[in-house]
Every structure is written in C-alpha cells, then in structure tokens.
Ligand binder design. Structure first.
Ligand code: PDD
Length: 279
C-alpha cells in the first residue's frame, strides 16, 4: 500500500509521522473519509467543503487548494488500484515543540491513505445490522471532524462486544445525537421520517446531506427533528447513513426487534435512491 505523507508517495509500511506532530500529541487535527465506488469518489464536493470548514473552525491553514488535494486523492487511489473502498485524509496543525497553545509558523501536515473495501451492497436485505445505545460523552464541538475520537472508539467497542454494528449515542437530556461514526434516522410511531437538526452536537454528515437532496428531488417528506430515547425505542424503522455505511437498516436495538425486525419501506426506498446516486 502506498500513502501520501507531506509531499511524498511512500510505501505505507515505511511511512511515519513526527513524534511531535500535534495530531499525535493533542488530537489537534481533522480528517475525512470518502467512499470510492467503481474507482470514483462519492460526494467529493461535500467532503472537501466539510474539510475546509473543520480547518477553518480550528484555524488550521489548508495544506493545499482543493484542486491539488483532489489530484493527491486520485493519485493515492490509482497507486493502490482501488475500485471499491475508501480514501482517508488527515490534516494536523503540524510539528512543533510540545505546548498546548498554537505554534507560530508551522505548516499543516497532510496524510492520505486508501484501502480496499467490499463492493457496494446491491441488496438491502444483506446490508442490515444491529445497534445498542450508549451515553454520548463527547465534547461540545463534534460538528468539527477532529481526530479526537476516544469517546467514539469506546462506544464502538461497546457495540462490538455486544455483537452489534453501531452504538447510538444518547445525550444527558435523554435525546439521540448520532451513532459513534454514523448519522441516525428513524421512522417514528406516527410514520414520520426524522433525523436530528444540525448544531454543535452532531457531525453534519455528507451522506445525510446527499440523502436530503435525493429526498427533496423525489418529494419524500422528512423532518429535521431529533428523537428521544423512548421515541427511538418505539420507532418503526431505524437506519444509519455514512460514507462507509451508505443507508444501513438497524433491525435490532439493544436486543429488541425494530419494527418487524427487517428493513422497512423507507430505508428500502432511500437505499435504492442512494445506490443510484453513488453509481
Ligand atoms: N464517519 N457522525 C459521525 C460521528 C461520524 O464519524 C460520521 C462519519 C458520520 C457520517 O458522516 P458522513 O456521511 O459524512 O460519512 C456521522 C466516518 C465514515 C469515519 O469516521 O470513518
């Protein structure tokens, strides 16, 4: 595997970052994951715009302009011969003697890697999973896609140990925020499709945005209105969206069947719309 590390394409095995990189020491960096399907990037514009926003919010300069970054992303995908998979990019504030405050005059560090994945699922019935709930113990600016993912890792590990795909996070007020690495959607008891509104407490998902555009084109109604934990447990359908989960139905929540325990009609429709969009 070949990685791009600060201006060079190197065998990933030999690639390394400086021990004083602030991404490593402080989690002072941001990242993006883009789905590669049939050798092409899905929702590139949305991901590059979110990366630019994350950098801006943290006052980290862009390592390069979007056009140049796209060239690097394409080159990493080409050199690794990825048809189906993901490309990962991470930008840290850079390398400096350890001091919490920002260093002066450092260049941001850019790393790009890519990885093969399974082909995009064609049948939603083979693309179901289960979820557990876990407390959302993250900080107050998770709308910035930083590499500070320890609470997300702890929640995902809890899911893994329970044999589940995802941990759906519940905040201190008893409301659903999002999954440990996914956006959460549900069809409530009254049949209304809902997902939480955007603010500082969830990541603005690119797949969320893409699915919303597809629904607007198709005239499918939804509400940007979050759910309480009780509403989630009473939901007819629960599904997740992300660059790597696409549209993924959760058929059990904490061991209890969601609806009929099979993918519901709304998830099915959106899965098909998204598959067509990604193709
Ligand atoms: N995760 N919420 C969180 C906390 C996420 O980490 C992600 C993405 C999403 C969905 O965002 P998008 O649709 O833009 O992928 C929501 C990526 C895939 C990851 O960390 O690997």
């Amino acid at each position: 595997r070949i990685a791009y590390v600060n201006g060079r394409y190197v065998p990933q095995r030999e690639a390394s970052v400086n021990v004083e990189d602030r991404g490593y020491q402080f989690g002072d960096g941001v990242y993006e994951v883009i789905h590669v399907h049939d050798g092409r990037f899905v929702d590139t514009g949305l991901h590059l715009a979110r990366l630019a926003r994350s950098l801006r919010e943290l006052a980290i300069p862009k390592p390069m302009e979007d056009g140049a970054l796209l060239v690097v992303l394409r080159e990493v995908v080409r050199r690794n011969r990825i048809r189906e998979g993901i490309v990962y990019m991470q930008v840290s504030r850079g390398v400096a003697r350890r001091d919490h405050a920002f260093p002066r005059d450092v260049a941001p560090a850019l790393v790009v890697t890519a990885r093969h994945g399974k082909a995009f699922p064609r049948e939603i019935d083979t693309w179901t999973g289960t979820a557990i709930t876990a407390p959302d113990i993250r900080w107050g600016r998770v709308d910035i896609k930083t590499v500070n993912l320890l609470p997300n890792c702890l929640a995902k590990q809890k899911a893994r140990e329970a044999g589940a795909y995802e941990a759906i996070l519940i905040d201190r007020d008893g409301n659903v925020t999002e999954g440990s690495s996914t956006t959460v959607w549900a069809v409530d008891e009254d049949g209304v499709l809902r997902t939480r509104h955007l603010d500082h407490h969830i990541l603005p998902g690119c797949t969320r945005a893409a699915v919303i555009s597809l629904m607007e084109e198709a005239g499918i109604r939804f509400e940007e209105r979050g759910l309480s934990e009780a509403e989630l447990r009473a939901a007819r359908e629960i599904f997740l969206t992300s660059a790597t989960s696409y549209v993924k139905p959760m058929v059990r929540l904490d061991g209890v069947a969601v609806g009929e325990g099979t993918p519901g009609p709304v998830a099915r429709r959106l899965f098909e719309l998204f598959a067509r969009h990604a193709d």
